[in-house]
Design a binder for this molecule. Structure first.
Ligand SMILES: Nc1ncnc2c1ncn2[C@@H]1O[C@H](COP(=O)(O)OP(=O)(O)OP(=O)(O)O)[C@@H](O)[C@H]1O
Ligand SMILES: [Mg+2]
Length: 300
């Protein structure tokens, strides 16, 4: 049951969705992606020729500590793009720029024809946030309301749908992520994997065109992680969304990625397919694949 009067509270939970390039050898792939369809598995069949998301010369520092140092990247419509990197490498900082949770110090981020630097007020951001589902690192479900109310939350705040329509859509979204009969439960009553699904159902609430998944499998056992991977794949295939998946989970990467990028020391040191990544020569790519620590001089 949705208890509509409980939504009069302010939204206090997570904010809503919100260098010089390193040459690594063109044969290994790079940020200037090959045209869609240039090779098997590189781009989803649903992808079209124009990039939907473009990062150009993006820099970001915190307290004079550089985090992003010149990111150039194209993500095509309909593809599932995985952003890989060690903890603290800047994956969340980069991808959260797409919903305005971080802004570049320099450089451009475009979504379609929209230059995100032009978006100043919350009202300016709203149309893009409505097109974008953001699955927060962790799950960030509101724990003081039921699962159904969590999924309904964006609908209540951003649409004029009737309570019946919202109820119908909440069930639809939960069923899209393989959950049934959990609407009336508090999030704490769900397992970690179910919570992740419920959070995903909330990200799907407004039928987004882009979904950003920040560490969708962290803290989950491998079997549950595989289920989340299958779900990401199925959503991409059935809804034809553009998906950006932030992770350091190679198993998930292999499962879902059309293409991947590896961030290291603020730069992209590899962009290409998973198969290309397996052959990549960049030392950080080798270390990442072999799960080796970064050399001491590179540790922050
Ligand atoms: N608001 C902020 N203020 C200061 N430093 C920040 C802020 N946000 C991020 N950072 C720093 O930027 C760096 C990159 O952070 P980010 O969260 O993007 O890493 P990440 O690659 O997502 O790591 P993880 O895999 O652990 O989530 C870190 O050193 C982090 O401490
Ligand atoms: Mg992160």
């Amino acid at each position: 049951m949705l208890r509509g009067n409980r939504f009069t509270c302010q939204e206090t939970g997570p904010a809503e969705p919100s260098a010089t390039p390193v040459a690594v050898g063109r044969k290994r792939g790079y940020a200037d992606a090959p045209p869609p369809g240039a090779g098997p598995g590189q781009i989803a069949e649903t992808a079209t020729g124009e990039p939907l998301i473009r990062f150009r010369g993006v820099y970001k520092s915190f307290n004079s500590k550089p985090v992003l140092q010149g990111i150039d990247l194209d993500i095509y419509r309909g593809e599932t793009f995985v952003v890989l990197g060690r903890s603290g490498s800047g994956k969340t900082v980069l991808t959260s720029m797409l919903v305005g949770l971080n802004r570049p110090d320099a450089g451009t981020v475009m979504v379609g024809d929209l230059d995100l630097a032009q978006l100043k007020s919350e009202d300016d951001w709203l149309p893009l946030r409505l097109r974008t589902g953001y699955l927060f690192q962790g799950s960030a479900l509101y724990d003081f309301i039921t699962v159904g109310e969590n999924v309904a939350f964006p609908m209540i705040h951003h649409t004029a749908w009737s309570p019946e329509e919202i109820r119908r859509r909440v069930r639809e979204k939960l069923s899209q992520v393989g959950l049934a009969d959990v609407e009336d439960l508090e999030p704490a009553a769900l397992s970690g994997g179910m919570q992740r699904r419920a959070a995903l159902a909330r990200s799907l609430a407004l039928d987004p065109e882009i979904i950003i998944y920040d560490e969708p499998t962290s803290g989950l056992d491998p079997i549950t992680g595989d289920e989340i991977g299958r779900l990401i794949k199925r959503l991409q295939e059935t809804l034809q969304v553009t998906s950006v998946v932030v992770t350091h989970d190679l198993r998930l990467t292999e499962q879902v990625a059309h293409r991947i990028a590896l961030i290291h020391r603020g730069r992209l040191v590899f962009v290409g397919t998973y198969q290309e990544f397996l052959q990549a020569e960049h030392p950080e790519a080798r270390r990442f694949l072999l799960r080796e620590p970064a050399p001491e001089e590179e540790q922050a």
